[in-house]
Design a protein around this ligand. Structure first.
Ligand code: AP5
Ligand code: MG
Length: 216
């Protein structure tokens, strides 16, 4: 199965992708995670991407297209993949069409996760993760059972993304509306766009995605 999760920052792409990995045994390809790993490792791409990401702008199409076209050729993508955060521009969407056509593959679905902008800022600025095991929390919606201690591993160090502040989120939302939202009519015309209510609770969003996938 090959899917795209399409939605604004904080829509729940990463949250749902992890559940689909477990349910369908396919891999999650998060371009945001790949870029953050490159920044942490100090690679050339990471050095180019760091300031752009911190400001909330999009990293160049060339870098992203090269990154994904290499990644989809790896063995673990053979059973399928969930694209989380890619494509984000029409140029990336067209490059993806080319990559898939070359391998005679197609997309099963493009799932739009609809969430109002007003909700997203609170979701993102409250988000943090355990620095040791990576489990995610939220200041109001999902605090650890014992304050300051990770439920999963018991450690006490937490981290926040450097682009999870109000200024960067505002720029990320603008980038979504200006550069990524045009992908909605692009995929609607191809007949592959399905929409789910990203404002429902997390389990309900998972149910909606699974039902959309069953309908084919
Ligand atoms: P990326 O890492 O993709 O960030 P993003 O799109 O801004 O999205 P997020 O990861 O913030 O949100 P999400 O939708 O995954 O939501 P999550 O599940 O975490 O990209 C970061 C940057 O990298 C970009 O700004 C850009 O610079 C660069 N980049 C990446 N890809 C690129 C590309 N293709 N081209 C160019 N540049 C690129 O959920 C958010 C919070 O809400 C969590 O706390 C979660 O617990 C909570 N939550 C989730 N679902 C629900 C729910 N249903 N109800 C209540 N709370 C919920
Ligand atoms: Mg994410």
């Amino acid at each position: 199965m090959r899917l795209i999760l399409l939605g604004p920052p904080g829509a729940g792409k990463g949250t749902q992708a992890q559940r689909l990995v477990d349910a369908y045994g396919i891999v999650q390809l998060s371009t945001g995670d790949m870029l953050r790993a490159a920044v942490a490792a100090g690679t050339v791409i990471g050095q180019q991407a760091k300031a752009v990401m911190e400001a909330g702008d999009l990293v160049s199409d060339d870098i992203l297209v090269a990154m994904i076209s290499e990644r989809v050729n790896e063995d673990d993508c053979g059973r399928g993949f969930i694209l989380d955060g890619f494509p984000r521009t029409l140029a990336q969407a067209e490059a993806l069409e080319g990559m898939l056509a070359e391998k005679s593959l197609s997309l099963d679905a493009v799932i739009e996760m609809k969430v109002d902008d007003g909700l997203l800022i609170g979701r993102i600025t409250g988000r943090y993760t355990c620095a040791n095991c990576g489990v995610g929390y939220h200041d109001e919606n999902l605090p650890p059972k014992v304050a300051g201690i990770c439920d999963n591993c018991g450690r006490t160090d937490f981290t926040r993304r450097s682009d999870d502040n109000v200024a960067a989120v505002t720029t990320r939302l603008r980038a979504y509306h200006e550069q990524t939202a045009p992908l909605l009519p692009f995929y609607r015309e191809k007949g592959s766009l399905k929409s789910v209510d990203g404002m429902a609770d997390i389990d309900e969003v998972t149910r909606q995605i699974q039902s959309v996938l069953k309908m084919g």
